[in-house]
Design a protein around this ligand. Sequence first.
Ligand code: CS2
Length: 491
Amino acid sequence: MSKRLSTTEDLPGDVAVPGYRPQDHGTGIVHLGLGAFARAHLAAITDAALASGGGDWRILGVSLRSARPADELTPQNGLYTLIERDGHGARARIIGALSGAICSADDSDPALEAMVDPSCRIVTLTVTEKAYGLDRATRGCDPAHPAVAADLVNPDRPHGVLGLLVRALGMRKDRGLPPFTVLCCDNLPENGPLLRGAVLDFAGRVSPDLAQWIAAEAAFPATMVDRITPAPTDETRVEAERLTGCTDLAAIETEAFLQWVIEDNFPLGRPAWEAGGALFVADVAPYEEMKLRMLNGSHSLLAYAGFHAGKRYVRDVMADPALAALVRRHLDAAAGTLPSLPGIDLADYAEALVARFSNPAIAHETFQIAMDGSEKMPQRIFAAVPQARSKGADIRSFAFATAAWLRHASGAMHDCEPYALRDPRAEALTAAFRDKSAEAIIAAVPVLGIATPDLIEDAAFWQVVQSILAEMLSHPMHEVIEREAAASPSS
Ligand code: CS2
C-alpha cells in the first residue's frame, strides 16, 4: 500500500497543489456538514481564494453525525485529493483549505467553541435540506423536527443545526463578540432568508433578547451553489492513488464545472472567493430559481423516471433517447417559468446542463438524487406549476415529474428491484400511500403538507398527474417514457 497523503511534498508534477502554505493561514470559517459537496465546492473555491488573496480563511469542518470524515481527514492533516473529471480526463488537485475536521455527534462543545472563537467570522452550511428543521409554510423553524424538538428542550447542549447556530450566537453575544455571518449553501429557495427566519424563530423560543440581537446584527447572505458531485466510492480512492501515488481515504470526485453566486453581505469580511469563480451579486434569487427549476428539477425528474427504468447513472439516462428527450422537454418547460436574467441565455444554460448530465466520466447515481424527494419536490417542481399556469404554459412535464416521484415514494414496485425509500418522511409516505392505486395516492397527497394550498387546489394538474401515474403503475416505466417522449413533438 502506498503512503498516506499528509503533505503536499513529493507528489507527481501533474498534481496541482495549494498555491499557498496551508499552515501559514489561520481558521476563519467553521463549516457544518462535511460531505462530498462542501469538499468539492466551498473548500475548492476557498483554496483558490487563499492562493490569490491570502488571509486567515481556512475552514474547520464539522460533521454533525458521522465520525468518518474526521477519521479520514485528521491523519491527512486535512488534505485530500479532488479529482476533477471532464471529457478530456481526470485531473488531481490537493486541497489545503481544511484546517481540521471534527464530529459533533457525541460532543458538540468543540464545534461550539470553534464557532464562538473570535477568529470565526463565517459559519457555512451544507447539511442537506432535511437537516435544518425548517417550516416552509411559516418560514420559521419546525418544532416537530426531531433535532429542533430535542434542542428546544436542551438549548445549552444542542446537536441539531438550528440549536448549534443559536447556542453559538448566544455565547458570542454573552462574550461581547459580533455574530458570525451565516452562509447556507444548500439547494433551498432563498436559502439565506429562509435560514434566518428559522434561526430567529428558534432563538425567540429560547430567548427573545437573543432573537432581537441576531435580527439586528447577523447577516444571512443568500447563495446559489452548483457542482455535480457523486458520492465517493472505492473507485474514487483507487483513482486518487493512481493519480497521486498516495493512499487518500478522503478523496472526492466531481465535474470540472462549478458555479457559486453569492449576495455580498459579510460584515466581518470574507475570503477572495471571486478568485475561485464566485460571482457576487445584489440579488441571488433569480439565479437560485433558475438552478433549482432547471438543473435540480430535471435532475429529480430523470432520477425517478430513470431509476425505475433501470438506469443506474445520470449518464445512462442521457444515453437513452426517449429519456433525454423528456429531460430537454423539462428544461424548456422550466425555463418558461423563469424571469429573464441579464447576461444569461436560458437556452444556452439548458444546453450546458444536457452536456453536464451526459458527461461519461461522472458516475452520478439516480438513486442518490432520488433521495429526500419530499424535501426537494416543492422548490424544484411544485413551485413552477402556478407560474407556468400564470403564463398559460404547459404543465405536463411537471405533472410527469410528480407522477414519477409518487411512483417512487409510494413504493409501488411492479417492474423493479425492491429498494428502501430514503426520505425523512418515509414513514408518513409509506402510511399515506398504503393503497397503491393512482387515485388513492393522489387523494393522499394533501395530507402530507408538502404541496402549497394553491397547488393542491389545481384539480386539473392532479388529474394529469393521476393519469400518468396510473400508466406508471400498470406498465413498465420504459414503455411509459417512450410513449411520453413520442407524444411530445416539442422535445
Ligand atoms: C442533485 C444535486 O442530489 C440531488 O438532488 O440534484 O445534488 C445536484 O447534483 C447539485 O445541486 C448540483 O449542483
